[in-house]
Structure formats: C-alpha cells, structure tokens
Design a protein around this ligand. Sequence first.
Ligand code: ZN
Length: 297
Amino acid sequence: MQIKQIYETAISLGLKNDLRGQAVIEQETVKLRTGQAEEIYPDSLIISGRPENKVKKILAGIDVGAVEIASAKYYYKNIDLIISHHPLGAALNGLPRVVGSQTEILKNYGVAEAKIKDKINEASLAIKRELAGDNYLKEFQLSTALKVALMTVHAPADNAAAALLKQTLKNSQTLAEAVAAMDGLPEFKEAKKHGFAPFIACGEPAGAIGQICYSEITGGEESSPAVYQEIANAGFKTIIAPHLSKKFFDAAKRAGLNVIFSGDITTDSLGLNVFLDELAKNKIEIIACYGLIRPDN
Ligand SMILES: [Zn+2]
C-alpha cells in the first residue's frame, strides 16, 4: 500500500465509527472524495514522507517522539512508516479543532447544544493557547532528516475504540458485568500481565449500567467539567473514560454518573489495532512499540 492509501484507510475507518451522527458523516465523506481528507480529522495527518511511497513495514505506537523516530531508523531498521496515535507536528496544532467537535458528538447524544457549546469552545481555545508553547517541529524535522515517514492516527482510532467498546458492552446490565466483558478483550488480558485492569471508579458493582456515554473516548482531550451534568440530564447513567483528571472526575461524580476507567494505553491500543488489523490484511508487517499493546505481535 502507498502511504496515502494507508492514510485514506484511517480516515474512512474514522468516518465509519464517527459519533457525530449520519448528517456529519455524509458531509465529511464528501471531503474524503474531493481530496480534502486532511480537513476531516486535523489531529490525524501525514507528517512527513511522500504520499505515493510504498509501505511494507510499519512501526506503530501510542506516543512517538524523537527517541522513537531515531530507534525506528537505527534499531528496528527498514521501517517505511511510523504511526503515532497521539498527534505530533501539524496534527498537534490541529487538536483544538478536534476537541471543538465534542459539541457535535454530545449533540448527537441528545445533549442540549446551547448548554455546552461555549464551554467546549473555551476548552478548545485553552488547548490552543497551551500549544502555542509547544515545539511542534522537532519530530517532523527528525523524521524528514532520517527519511522515515511519519503519520498520526488519533481521532479515527479513538472512534474505532468507542465503537468496539459499545459492541462489547451491549449485553451488560451492571457495572460489574461491563468490567468483566472488557476483561475478555485481548488488549485487556495483555494489560493485566502489566498490572492494569479496567475498574469502576464511581458506582456500585451491582448497580444498573443504564445508558452508556462513550464521548470521553473520542474527541481528543477532556473538554469541560460542565458537560457531565448535561450528559446526566440527557438520560445517561454511565460514562466509560480512559481516565479523567480529578477536576473532571469530581464533576462526573457530582452529576451522579457511574464512571468506569478503561485506561489510556489499553483504550488507545484497542482503537489503533482495529486500524492496524486492516493494514495487516494487505500483507503489511506491523511492529508494535511505544506503548501499543498488540496481542498477536
Ligand atoms: Zn486515544
């Protein structure tokens, strides 16, 4: 496959599992067909490398920095493309726009748009201000100098993780059943060997799970603590989150929501693996590193 075909595969997967609803998906699909794929998920981009170059071997990870790029070149060798889940370079500067899309995700979940829009916009601007201090060039420059192509696949993988978890939990009636169902996934079994398992951070194991909101998994970053009361008001009982910082967790608890932590590394691996499995079908060799749990590797 060419780098650009791999990129388009990622974007298509993101659209297939997009939580913003059918109308947005159709509108964004037009962009994919008209050569504006980079506009769809600005946190997921080809950072360096020629789009037409062929790829046989990929090194994929959750977090990729300068050390990882150098090891791709000098330790792993013959790597045609590095895929990082977390955004770098231009994709990092695109992250605030993806956070802004949480308004559409929650709107599609039935949350009142007027109640959350300003709060999420403010969160997006706060991330933009933060990123003004970031060194967004170093990975681009190093991967270009070492001639190892680099791509980020963030929102599309998170969308796939949310869809997979939704499918996994579809028959769970209680919080304990939900955690047990998650434990059965290969990524979680592997994580257990390293001491991590998903857990109920708030709520009773025997408590009814009710309607589950998956918006914490996708949308880039935490947005605003004010959203949890609105999620509860929209009829949700439980949120599944990779993790939440204290301020956000406390707000979810105050809103009376049950919270299950699925863990960052496990949840990110879950989503990225859905994408990498697609590539593996095309006889591309995948090497997992930098935090990616890939059970069959
Ligand atoms: Zn993620």
